[in-house]
Design a protein around this ligand. Structure first.
Ligand SMILES: [Mn+2]
Length: 399
């Protein structure tokens, strides 16, 4: 009989796009996932880090998380395995362990200098939970458990690699005849970054070489990169499940998670995740932007949540009032303009080294900036200048 699990990661509960909350879509995703779990009744759900977007998430984000965990426990026999990501506070995730472990929810949030369980044996499968950690935690751990490998080492890549190798050997419990599943949230091999991820590195290592994990595991459930992607398709399968929703306009929208069956081999079934809210990114120019936006409004298919739009317009002269104009065009449509940028074609080559006058106040700096950006203009238009001064007043009166 095969054993199966679902692999997901990078929920970033509580994350915002500009000032807009993404919780409605995150809630929609979790409801959708719950339906899948009820239907598939997988043996396990693996969540490979970045559960929350910040170390101390809002109460709403936390409520969503706990509600989801409870629903899974109430509606399935699925065990849940969770590791921390670089956005999470490992200790924060671990705090409710006394309650959660009794409900078959297992969390490893940090690498600690004390014996704790990193491996969970189940039937013919062992789950190895590798939490996110930084270099100093690795060195602290090494100092305690394998100091002989620290002697004479400085932080260059092969040394860190050796310590990681020792660490994997030391924290995980490998049992003969088991299929080994690794959960991790570091950068491994060469993944493709999508923009909303931070660069991660252990001192001396930008990414962890695949050679450190290849021989030891049968499926590697990675988190951190937001586009679903494989580093290896077999022996072992190494996969970033990606985030369930697009967090940036530029991020790829075809989101998936993996339903994995482990028998003699490893069989991956990808499950496409519905797009709960559409994100549109339009790169236009001053001649075609109106028709393109009207076209978008006309062809929009309905989703439960209003769509978000980012517009970039390239032009050879400053454009004024375009945001308002676009908002007016979108007035009766379920599309909200979140960001509007103008790209001045002639300003591309401006000498960026123009010296800033030392005595300049914000007003002068604004003038300088304007004249530099809009080449050929002699003076900041009155209207714009007074708007700026108003803003400046507002900013000064705050706190
Ligand atoms: Mn991450």
């Amino acid at each position: 009989m095969s054993i199966d699990f679902i692999h997901t990661s990078d929920w970033h509960l509580g994350k915002k796009l500009f000032k807009e909350s993404r919780l409605p879509e995150q809630e929609a995703f979790l409801s959708w996932l719950l339906v899948k779990i009820k239907k598939l009744q997988p043996k396990a759900l693996l969540i490979s880090g970045d559960i929350f977007d910040t170390p101390h998430p809002s109460s709403k984000a936390q409520a969503l998380y706990y509600q989801f965990l409870k629903e899974v426990v109430d509606n399935s026999k699925t065990e849940i395995f969770i590791i921390s990501g670089n956005h999470d506070s490992g200790r924060f995730l671990e705090a409710p362990i006394p309650f959660l472990k009794e409900r078959a929810i297992h969390i490893v949030g940090s690498l600690e200098v004390q014996k704790k369980t990193y491996t969970f044996h189940r039937d013919k499968v062992s789950y190895h939970l590798f939490p996110y950690f930084r270099s100093h935690e690795l060195y602290n751990y090494a100092r305690e458990y394998f100091p002989e490998h620290l002697e004479g080492l400085d932080a260059n890549s092969s040394d860190t690699g050796l310590l990681l190798d020792k660490l994997i050997e030391n924290i995980f419990d490998f049992k003969k005849g088991q299929k080994n599943i690794l959960l991790a949230h570091h950068l491994f091999g060469n993944g493709e970054l999508s923009g909303s991820e931070l660069g991660l590195s252990l001192s001396g290592l930008d990414t962890i070489p695949l050679s450190l994990i290849k021989e030891k595991f049968d499926y590697v459930a990675l988190g951190h990169l937001h586009n679903h992607q494989y580093l290896s398709k077999s022996d072992p399968v190494i996969c970033y499940s990606g985030s369930p929703i697009a967090f940036r306009f530029s991020e790829r929208k075809n989101k998936k998670l993996n339903h994995v069956e482990v028998d003699e081999g490893v069989q991956v079934n990808e499950i496409p995740i519905p797009e709960f809210r559409k994100l549109f990114e339009l790169k236009l120019n001053e001649k075609n932007y109106k028709e393109n936006i009207l076209e978008l409004v006309k062809n929009l298919t309905k989703t439960d949540h209003e769509s978000f739009l980012e517009v970039q317009i390239s032009s050879d002269k400053p454009l004024r009032g375009v945001s308002d104009e676009i908002r007016e065009m979108l007035k009766d449509s379920p599309i909200k303009l979140l960001s509007m940028q103008t790209r001045l074609l002639s300003s591309e080559n401006i000498d960026r080294n123009t010296r800033v006058r030392k005595e300049s106040g914000p007003e002068e700096l604004f003038d300088d900036f304007y004249l530099q950006k809009y080449e050929g203009e002699k003076k900041v238009p009155k209207e714009l200048k007074s708007l700026f001064l108003e803003l400046l007043d507002e900013a000064r009166s705050e706190n």
